[in-house]
Ligand binder design. Structure first.
Ligand code: IDP
Ligand code: MG
Length: 139
């Protein structure tokens, strides 16, 4: 059910530092089930499309250059209350403000290179998942 799913990306700092497996382990230990997973890299245009909601923000150029600069791992995760519970698991956007034990507190490098993405609503989880995965992969 869509309401029990969220979408995440491991960002280029996480894949580049060799933290992919450790971060995925955190997600599984927290009770999330992987429904789809893809190792890929975004072009700048694709990063701009994915983050279009932030187009007017001052950090848009930095964010999209960063997100297209290395490999990412896109994943659809399932769990009760997935969107909210996943945001709690990853912690605040700025790792200096992220609660101890959260993924961003333990793995993020900076506010831009903050290890993981997590959808902020059920609606955006569905949109973001469909950006990466075909209907068959989403089944
Ligand atoms: P979120 O990822 O915690 O939902 P958003 O506000 O949606 O945070 O921002 C999207 C992404 O943009 C962040 O995860 C981070 O990578 C980047 N970002 C947010 N604020 C800043 C900033 O002030 N400077 C640079 N990058 C930022
Ligand atoms: Mg966000």
């Amino acid at each position: 059910m869509a309401t029990n799913r969220t979408f995440t990306m491991l960002k280029p700092d996480a894949t580049g530092a060799g933290n992919t497996g450790k971060i995925i382990d955190r997600m599984i230990e927290a009770g999330f089930t992987i429904k789809a997973m893809k190792w890929t890299q975004l072009s700048l245009k694709e990063a701009q499309a994915f983050y279009a909601v932030h187009a007017e923000r001052p950090f848009f150029g930095e964010l999209t250059a960063y997100m297209s600069g290395g490999p990412i791992v896109a994943m659809i995760l399932e769990k009760d209350n997935a969107v909210e519970d996943f945001r709690t698991l990853i912690g605040s956007t700025n790792p200096q403000e992220a609660a101890p034990g959260t993924i961003r507190a333990d793995f993020a490098e900076s506010i831009a290179a903050n290890a993981v993405h997590g959808s902020d609503s059920d609606e955006n989880a569905a949109i973001e998942g469909a950006f990466y995965f075909s209907e068959r992969e989403l089944a």
